[in-house]
Design a protein around this ligand. Structure first.
Ligand code: CO
Length: 133
């Protein structure tokens, strides 16, 4: 079994501060980590839920994947981050099972993690991010 935890659930939002304010009002939630990931064109705010997080994610550039997602689909569930012990091994097993990788090799993610994204086509319509701490 490669999966050790739901690392995070990522929600694409148009306005990160407004989304944080909504989660504060709706759930009393506080942000425990906020980071701009320049390479992905995103800014994310993490709200801890037990050992997992809700990741509110906004675009920082017009050509960011989040900007494209918002244009096409509007705000909403974007991807699920599955925590794994070995990102490369988990990616290889997914590809062996028929998944289509977006990242062919693990790469640096936010919070000092190592990540790889897998395309929704071939993975039950779900954009999956493998996350190794
Ligand atoms: Co993510």
């Amino acid at each position: 079994m490669q999966l050790t935890e739901i690392d995070h659930i990522a929600i694409a939002v148009a306005d990160l501060d407004a989304a944080i304010a909504y989660y504060a009002a709706a759930f009393g939630a506080e942000v425990h980590h906020r980071e701009v990931v320049e390479s992905d064109g995103v800014e994310e705010a993490l709200i801890k839920v037990a050992d997992s997080s809700i990741q509110l994610t906004a675009a920082t550039t017009p050509d960011s994947p989040i900007a494209k997602f918002l244009d096409k689909r509007g705000e909403g569930l974007h991807h699920v981050g599955y925590r794994v012990d070995d990102c490369a091994a988990a990616l290889a097993q997914m590809v062996e099972a028929g998944a289509t990788p977006i990242d062919h090799e693990p790469r640096p993610g936010s919070r000092g993690t190592t990540v790889a994204f897998v395309h929704p086509k071939g993975s039950l319509g779900t954009l999956i991010e493998l996350v190794e701490e």
